[in-house]
Design a binder for this molecule. Structure first.
Ligand code: NIG
Ligand code: FE
Length: 414
């Protein structure tokens, strides 16, 4: 397949660049009036229409030949979005809590009344594995149609061994049945399961680890006030590492929790949320492999601070952005809206926001070597926009439909 007459081909990144940090986040990687070739689901080349020369210097064969060709009519082509933090395997909805929230209760108050994560755990317990898969797949299909091509999904609404494993099996089944790339995270330590004491539940999570590790790629802990302590996190991550699971941490959403530092200590791939951070967190992240990940959809929905993304970037760090799609704090998997919040509320430029939801979010789920940018050899995970769209208009006119087609692994999904 070849796409011709691309107004702007955006998100070009040289081979071997796995994330963008600091000033690099301002690089758009753009060619105007471009073409792009795809073979066997991979990006094989791109260049300018005028010279019809590929990135490797070879001449390309423009339409009318044996290749299927798509005329972009001046539309943009960009990498599909990557969403490195979601909780989309959940049962039913928490719309009752939405009303509680409107009536003034905070996230913590709803949780303290037995709502929140425990409410989702009760619903999940009653729901069959097939039904859970069916409900989650509706969300996956919606996300793919909105341009997302790689999704990390967490457990954490099971909160006992049988239900946590049920969730992880559902995530595996999604991975096996969708064209999007799917990564799986064991978040047993999301809240203390019913019927356990805090201490007995931490031990239960530790005991689940070997079985969870057969299904999951990563381990996560909600290291925050009222949930799990730095000490609990340290213990859980130590056992996770012994089972081959690298951490991705929930930290600093409700308080300055020490979660960033314990994540860095365990070489976490990412530390996520970070609505409440001090300079100590920024300093702890410098020079590490851990990418700070912010979730502006949950800041928006919960009415809590947005992360200090600009200050992180000015300190030379790269940041990723993700949806946190879940029924309690961010009931949306729309990455375009995440970009809009990043630009409007966190003052990122559209280019910084794009890098944060593509290459850097791919890095935060360990797949930036195979997706997240326009790079020869990477999966053809692409968004083709309607004619007339530019990168800036995507977060600016943030509700006008902009997607003409989505390709994942070279296949049309929308
Ligand atoms: O990332 N903060 C912890 N976990 C989720 C919310 C889960 C829920 O409320 O169901 C989050 O915001
Ligand atoms: Fe989360």
């Amino acid at each position: 397949m070849i796409i011709t007459n691309i107004g702007e081909l955006v998100g070009i990144v040289p081979e071997g660049v796995l994330r963008k940090q600091g000033a690099e986040m301002a690089e758009t990687g753009v060619i105007k009036d471009a073409w792009l070739a795809v073979e066997d689901g991979r990006i094989t080349g791109f260049g300018q229409m005028a010279d019809q020369v590929g990135h490797d210097g070879g001449r390309i064969v423009i339409p009318g030949s044996d290749r299927e060709s798509i005329d972009a009519q001046g539309g943009m082509v960009m990498p599909a979005f990557c969403d490195s933090h979601t909780h989309i395997v959940y049962a039913g909805s928490r719309d009752g809590e939405f009303l509680d929230k409107i009536n003034g209760l905070s996230y913590e108050e709803i949780a303290a009344r037995g709502g929140g994560i425990l409410n989702s755990a009760d619903l999940l317990h009653e729901t069959s594995e097939d039904e859970l898969y069916r409900q989650a797949m509706e969300r996956v299909r919606e996300m793919m149609a909105k341009g997302t091509g790689a999704i990390e999904i967490k457990s954490g609404y099971g909160l006992n061994p049988a239900d946590e494993l049920k969730m992880l099996r559902v995530i595996r089944r999604i991975r096996e049945t969708v064209p999007a790339l799917v990564k799986s995270t064991f978040l047993g330590a999301h809240a203390v399961g019913r019927g356990y004491t805090h201490e007995s539940y931490v031990q239960a999570v530790i005991d689940m680890m070997p079985q969870a590790a057969e299904l999951a790629d990563f381990v996560d802990v909600f290291c925050d006030e009222g949930f799990f302590t730095v000490d609990d996190t340290d213990r859980i991550l130590t056992v996770g590492a012994a089972c081959g699971l690298r951490p991705k941490i929930h930290a600093n959403e409700l308080a300055v929790s020490g979660g960033v530092q314990v994540g860095v200590k365990h070489n976490a791939l990412s530390v996520d949320h970070l609505e409440r951070t001090t300079d100590a967190e920024i300093n702890a992240l410098r020079g590490t492999e851990t990418i700070p990940t912010m979730l502006p959809g949950s800041s928006f929905f919960l009415g809590i601070p947005f992360g200090r993304a600009k200050e992180f970037i000015n300190a030379g760090l790269g940041i990723a952005l993700a949806s946190d799609y879940n029924p309690g704090s961010s009931p949306s998997g729309d990455i375009r809206f995440v970009m809009a919040l990043a630009c409007i509320r966190m003052r990122l430029t559209p280019t910084q926001a794009l890098n944060a939801v593509t290459l850097n979010s791919a890095y935060a789920m360990g797949v930036s070597n195979i997706t997240g940018s326009i790079t020869p050899g990477k999966r053809a995970d692409l968004i083709l926009t309607h004619p007339g769209w530019t990168l800036t208009k995507i977060p600016y006119t943030y509700q006008t439909p902009f997607i003409r087609q989505v390709f994942l692994n070279g296949q049309v999904v929308k």
